[in-house]
Design a protein around this ligand. Structure first.
Ligand code: 9Z3
Length: 321
């Protein structure tokens, strides 16, 4: 039977994207410690595979794009990790086990309220040289330790760090394929800021690029669209939430709608750099919902995660959606 031409074009497009992704992984430098990470991931997923609650993978922080294999220079993407860290806390509070794929050195769950400058400010030496926490910081430190320890001791939080786009995408692939067994109970909350462009490993300078040759001309390749592969191949039944960041408000919602359709996301959270902590728009196939924080004291992520937990429950309850 002949295939409808638009279905044939879509199948061809999907095959091309999958091949591009596979070529990216073949050429990427292998993940350090892959076997150990894979074992702790398999153990985490197996522990939460029984039962009926959701499991969420949260990505957080910006990816780097190295310019040299022995990297001295790199391009970075804007993201402090605040959104991912805060959301991790709220998903844990809602009873979700969380796999937290985060940029090394970015904001961490339960540490957001600790003083920024130096962790040495958190401690002082007592008369007998024992370490004490000054009174002014004792309640935030106690809360951070007890919430963090609870999540770790109950086996509800797995932290996987990345720096480069190569590490990030390999981790995402590893997590998504291992969460595939959870079907509709899996959720992806992709808040990490991922570079659209990169230098392929094989064409990257091995040593530090020299300035004696004059101005630097460099061509960056487009990074393969892994959201598409995540949905099509790695974890097709999961509930997928991606974020769209723009600086131009006139194109933001249109770009979010495009991402929703093109990559088959369940929700695209549209945010503008100028006010992303105060307001976001959740774009779904049934419309748009604006979420704004109720006061400067409350994180926007409280409402955002609350709505997503409800939508994910509906997704789990309707396995054909
Ligand atoms: C976001 O849009 C996040 O909300 C922020 C959070 C990065 C603005 P912070 O970490 O900031 O709290 O400081 N993340 C996604 C950004 C992104 O790279 N999206 C891609 C795009 O816009 C799609 S994967 O094309």
């Amino acid at each position: 039977m002949a295939m409808d031409p638009s279905a044939a074009a879509q199948a061809e497009d999907a095959a091309r994207r999958i091949e591009e992704a596979e070529a990216f992984f073949r050429a990427a430098p292998p993940l350090r410690d892959r076997d150990r990470l894979a074992a702790s991931l398999a153990d985490f997923v197996a522990r939460h595979a029984a039962g009926n609650r959701g499991v969420v993978c949260i990505t957080s922080g910006g990816t780097t794009v190295p310019l040299e294999q022995r990297c001295v220079r790199f391009i970075d993407n804007f993201s402090s990790g605040q959104r991912g860290a805060a959301s991790t806390e709220y998903f844990l509070k809602a009873g979700y086990p969380v796999i937290f794929i985060h940029r090394r050195g970015s904001k961490q769950p339960y540490c957001r309220f600790l003083p920024e400058d130096s962790f040495l400010d958190l401690f002082e030496l007592g008369e007998d040289s024992e370490i004490q926490v000054p009174q002014s910081h004792s309640s935030v430190v106690k809360a951070a330790i007890s919430n963090y320890r609870k999540a770790i001791d109950e086996g509800l939080l797995l932290k996987l760090p990345f720096t480069t786009i190569f590490e990030y995408l390999q981790l995402l692939q590893m997590v998504a394929t291992s969460m595939n067994c959870l079907g509709h109970r899996g959720m992806f909350y992709l808040a990490a800021a991922v570079s659209d462009f990169y230098v392929p490993w094989e064409s990257m300078a091995k040593h530090k690029i020299q300035s004696a040759g004059g101005p630097l001309n460099m061509q960056l390749n487009q990074a393969p669209k892994m959201l598409f592969i995540l949905r099509k191949k790695w974890a097709p039944s999961a509930f997928c939430v991606s974020f769209k960041l723009e600086t131009d408000p006139n194109i933001l919602l249109q770009k979010a709608e495009m991402a929703l359709k093109k990559y088959g996301m369940n929700v695209v959270v549209a945010n503008e750099l100028a006010n992303y902590k105060d307001v976001v728009v959740m774009v779904t196939s049934s419309g748009r919902t604006t979420v704004s924080r109720s006061s400067k004291e409350e994180d926007l992520e409280v409402q955002l995660t609350d709505l997503l937990v409800k939508m994910h429950s509906e997704h789990i309850a309707q396995p054909n959606s």
